[in-house]
Design a protein around this ligand. Structure first.
Ligand SMILES: Nc1ncnc2c1ncn2[C@@H]1O[C@H](COP(=O)(O)OP(=O)(O)OP(=O)(O)O)[C@@H](O)[C@H]1O
Length: 246
């Protein structure tokens, strides 16, 4: 089977710190794959390397069969980072944030067309923010703001979507909305790679899991990833209470 994302032998250092060490994994198309690992295990680094934003010391990345830079240019891959670089005190509306997902598609005049407005309206509807379109981003709760950034990724209409901890700091309702949305995107044939600390929702969220600790310790079905002996590999302890490991 052709992989949606394929990384092989990735090694990334920040100075003396080794963030990824000979990391290899394949992400299958049309599924939700969860990326699990402790703080500092290299999840964000892996996302950035897949996006071509961090250059590996060694190894290769293919995204939709293309090198990262080309995949981004073609709009094949979308990315919702853990920490947004949008200043929330900056006066942009929820609509504007979602429209940022369309920037790569706007013509030279940079003026949104009907298709762009339809995509943005649809994305806001899907994250449950259609009534907040005119709200300034700084006037949203943390969970609503997170949903606005997920809407930006959805509006982009990419075949492959990467989300770095979209559940961090969001309430149960927002979390349920995002989980449902990611499942729908996978059912439409899109590929979703999502990092999370929440092992509790893993069975609802994902089909497959990748356990990372600088290198891939396990990749397979979620039901197998949740076995205590597998989790203890990733978290380095005997996991009695799954949530306390997250
Ligand atoms: N810009 C940087 N400069 C130096 N070291 C970095 C940088 N970014 C990450 N690191 C280090 O690389 C390692 C991997 O970090 P990374 O952010 O990829 O982990 P993570 O699994 O996403 O962590 P978390 O769950 O806390 O978000 C950590 O030891 C971190 O301190």
């Amino acid at each position: 089977m052709i992989s949606a994302i394929e990384v092989a032998g990735l090694t990334v250092h920040y100075g003396d710190v080794c963030a990824l060490d000979d990391t290899s994994a394949r992400v299958r198309p049309g599924r939700v794959t969860a990326l699990i690992g402790m703080n500092g295990s290299g999840k964000s680094t892996l996302f950035r390397t897949i996006m071509g934003m961090t250059r590996p010391d060694r190894g290769s990345v293919l995204v939709g069969g293309a090198a990262p830079a080309l995949a981004r240019r073609r709009g094949i891959v979308g990315y919702v980072p853990q920490n947004e670089d949008v200043d929330r005190s900056f006066p942009v509306s929820v609509w504007d944030v979602a429209m940022m997902g369309r920037y790569g598609r706007l013509g030279p005049a940079r003026r949104p067309r009907a298709a762009d407005r339809t995509a943005v309206a649809g994305a806001l509807e899907r994250v449950g923010l259609h009534d907040y379109a005119d709200r300034q981003i700084g006037q949203l709760s943390g969970g609503q703001a997170k949903r606005a950034f997920v809407a930006r990724g959805v509006a982009q209409d990419a075949q492959i979507l990467l989300l770095d901890e979209p559940f961090a700091g969001v309430d149960k309702r927002s979390e349920a909305t995002i989980v449902r949305l990611l499942r729908e995107l996978a059912a439409e044939g899109r590929t979703v790679l999502v990092s999370t600390h929440d092992l509790h929702t893993l069975p609802q969220l994902a089909d497959e899991a990748i356990l990372l600790m600088r290198r891939v310790l396990f990749q397979g079905k979620v039901s197998e990833a949740l076995r205590p002996e597998v989790l203890s590999l990733a978290f380095g302890i005997d996991v009695v209470d799954r949530e306390s490991a997250a």
